[in-house]
Design a protein around this ligand. Structure first.
Ligand code: BGC
Length: 705
């Protein structure tokens, strides 16, 4: 796994990073879980006193979102709540009364993909810490996030819940996310393990992935989360290479537990397992939302198919986790409500740093102060664009685009939902919003809905000063109008304060610094995942449970192997519309002076990479500098570039800073299926430093011997 440490030296002019003033809580102040050994003893003591009935009851969830209480032995119920972008308030679910644990309000943070677009792990910590605190306020013991599946295809309905296409970026963000949530004593649940990268009939989807690809692309963020101390993992709906993940010994016992070293609670995704016997032996601990596969556990035991030991193992693991995080008696803690006022600023800062400026021809942005009508149009002007499904967070003080732009630009804003040609032509500026409402349960087309596509084409065709504001949770097709638009702002679902940040970017109060955590292709057929939908079938919208039930399992072949995202587009020489890591600023940065500590180095050596970044523009700004590595002489096909380091530098106009990034053996390695281990091959490597995956400013060849 990748163990690169990205270090920034803090020598006089050598500096740092984020503009956030808040610093993460120190470890000492954080919640301290009990160790495995400490909890093992406690779990054993309780287990010995439990009847078989009680154990069987414990390993199946209770009332959809609970771990079952056992008052006789002093075990309290534990409530779990979705998820990654904030607390999903549910008063009821399928007739289950959940009101006891619900907050009056919870902060709607920008979606995790927007968080990934900040490329700021410190913010990930603060964001997750805030969510952990809101869980404490509501008595929620387990947060059912972070979601961290890979952005393999732009159509995936859940991309907004995840952290983009690159395993290194995802890992760095997840590591801090887990630490942030758990610093509050709330459990972070890594989900969905593993390879759940489409929501198209997700319960009938079999991800076929080779071992090297699994290790290089799909497992690293989980490993990062586990190493950061995550106390829960949720398995996925799909099959991996023909086995349902939630009841697969290969997936749970072998990969998750033995290889990645996970020791704590494993739970199924909701209604995702079928075979009680397999499940009990797979390393799975808790069937959610209640026992279905293990409904007849007693019969399976009497037939000798499931052993009492299997049930004991499951119960023991639940108990260990319960004790480690001191979940007993978690109740609403009103003192945490006071912290809410610190949460909205974190959400706002995430939105600010997560907005991506994709195009700014002739410096149309920030909008000039002079008068003139700004025609505002689009589908998400009066309603908030947000993702649906279990990840939904309604938020409070939700700021609408119309209100925020009016408060920034006053009566210059003329809002017309469907403007005619004359209105478009006569405006000084047109702000045309397009977007999608992505959700769990289905994938959505890469193309915009026809009416929105039509509207944006009308705008760019009739007014040369059109800036398109995209509010979405994933990549969308922009190819037909992006050339004509003067400006494009990519605002991934921004949560309750997203539109405030957007208004600040438009006016110039905030200098945009977001960078794409995924590639945006020109056409969906360019994507490595193209063809994932069986021939003759097409996308659907809405829950399609009836069809899903009768449908056979369908294979999704990850034939591209490790060449996902920019790795694919570079290998195939397909120019995307906007590359991974790309995002503009209102200022400009110059890179110089790349040095490496050695040109020839041994596998065990650390390679120190230094260079200077200079703000040569007129505004203060943040630049995410990116380091990619290429293995030039390799015995296996390797990507032309792989991200292995990044950091965010804040620079005043004219200021320059030195940046130091460190590389280790892991950063040069690939997964060798023959030896089942990471392998750094001797030979030449190139180190690239740049502002995006394609905007490389500096490079240097080094050799590994
Ligand atoms: C989702 C999970 C979620 C669970 C509980 C499932 O449908 O896939 O991500 O945590 O529901 O709401």
């Amino acid at each position: 796994m990748n163990k690169t440490l990205v270090l920034i030296t803090v020598l006089s002019t050598f500096v740092q990073m984020t503009m956030m003033s808040q610093t993460p809580k120190t470890e000492a102040k954080s919640f301290q879980p009990l160790s495995y050994i400490q909890t093992d003893k406690k779990a054993e003591t309780i287990l010995k006193q439990m009847t078989l009935d009680e154990k069987v009851a414990l390993v199946g969830g209770d009332r959809t979102f609970f771990i079952r209480p056992l008052p006789r032995l002093g075990l309290r119920e534990v409530y779990m709540s979705d998820a990654t972008q904030g607390v999903h308030i549910r008063k009821n679910f399928k007739d289950v009364d959940l009101s006891k644990y619900q907050l009056e309000q919870s902060t709607a943070f920008p979606c995790p993909l927007a968080l990934a677009a900040t490329w700021n792990p410190d913010l990930a910590y603060q964001y997750a810490e805030a969510i952990g605190e809101e869980c404490r306020a509501g008595g929620i013991g387990i947060l059912l996030g972070p979601g961290m599946n890979n952005y393999r295809l732009s159509q995936c309905g859940r991309n907004f819940e995840y952290f983009g296409e690159d395993p290194y970026l995802r890992s760095k963000m997840i590591e801090e996310y887990v630490k942030g949530v758990q610093s509050t004593g709330t459990i972070a649940t890594l989900k969905h393990f593993v390879a759940n990268n489409t929501d198209y009939f997700r319960r009938k989807s079999n991800s076929i992935i080779d071992e090297r690809t699994l290790h290089e692309i799909y497992l690293p963020p989980f490993k990062a989360g586990i190493d950061a101390g995550a106390k829960a993992v949720m398995t996925s709906y799909n099959q991996l290479n023909g086995e349902w993940c939630g009841e697969s010994g290969t997936v749970i016992n072998n990969i998750l537990r033995k290889e990645l070293g996970f020791q704590w609670l494993v739970m199924t995704d909701w209604w995702s397992v079928y075979d009680g016997e397999k499940l009990a032996k797979s390393g799975q601990d808790l069937e959610m939302p209640y026992a279905v596969a293990l409904k007849d556990a007693q019969t399976l035991i009497s037939e000798g198919k499931v052993k009492v030991n299997d049930i004991d193992r499951m119960a023991r693991s639940i108990l260990r986790t319960y004790f480690a995080m001191k979940l007993g008696g978690r109740q609403r803690e009103p003192s945490y409500l006071k912290r809410f006022k610190q949460h909205e600023p974190v959400a706002l800062q995430t939105a600010r740093e997560g907005i991506i400026l994709l195009k700014n021809e002739g410096g149309i942005l920030p909008l000039k102060k002079e008068r003139g009508t700004i025609l505002l149009t689009g589908d998400f002007v009066e309603t908030l664009a947000m993702g649906g499904g279990s990840a939904t967070v309604q938020g409070y003080n939700n700021r609408l685009m119309l209100d925020e732009l009016r408060s920034e630009f006053g009566d210059r804003i003329l809002y017309v939902k469907n403007p005619d040609r004359d209105q478009i032509r006569s405006a000084t500026i047109v702000l045309c919003n397009v977007g999608t409402s992505d959700s769990e349960g289905w994938d959505r087309p890469f193309e915009l809905p026809a009416d929105q596509d039509q509207r944006v084409r009308e705008c760019v065709a009739n007014n040369p000063n059109t800036v398109v504001i995209v509010t979405t949770g994933s990549g969308i097709k922009m190819t037909d109008w992006s050339g004509q638009a003067r400006g494009i702002i990519y605002a991934l679902y921004g949560g309750q304060t997203g539109n405030k940040a957007l208004a600040e970017v438009l006016s110039g109060k905030t200098n945009p610094s977001g960078k794409l955590p995924m590639t945006i292709e020109r056409e969906f057929k360019d994507s490595p995942a193209f063809g994932y939908i069986p021939e003759g079938e097409s996308l659907y919208t809405g829950w399609n449970d009836a069809q899903e039930k009768i449908r056979p399992v369908c294979d999704v072949r990850y034939a591209e192997g490790v060449f996902v995202g920019y790795r694919w587009y570079e290998k195939k020489n397909i120019a995307p519309l906007f590359p991974f890591g790309f995002g503009l600023s209102y200022t400009a940065f110059e890179y110089s002076g790349l040095k490496v500590s050695k040109e020839k180095f041994h596998q065990t050596d650390q390679v120190t990479v230094t260079f200077t970044v200079n703000n040569i523009g007129k505004k203060k700004g943040l630049e995410t500098v990116q380091l990619y590595v290429q293995d030039v002489e390799s015995s296996v096909p390797r990507p032309l570039k792989e991200l292995k380091g990044f950091t965010k530098v804040s620079l005043k106009p004219g200021e320059s800073k030195h940046v130091m990034l460190k590389l280790h053996k892991a950063d040069f390695s690939f997964w060798n299926p023959e030896t089942r281990g990471w392998f750094a091959e001797k030979g030449k490597f190139v180190i690239y430093v740049g502002s995006s995956s394609t905007d490389i400013r500096l490079k240097k060849e080094i050799e590994l011997f």
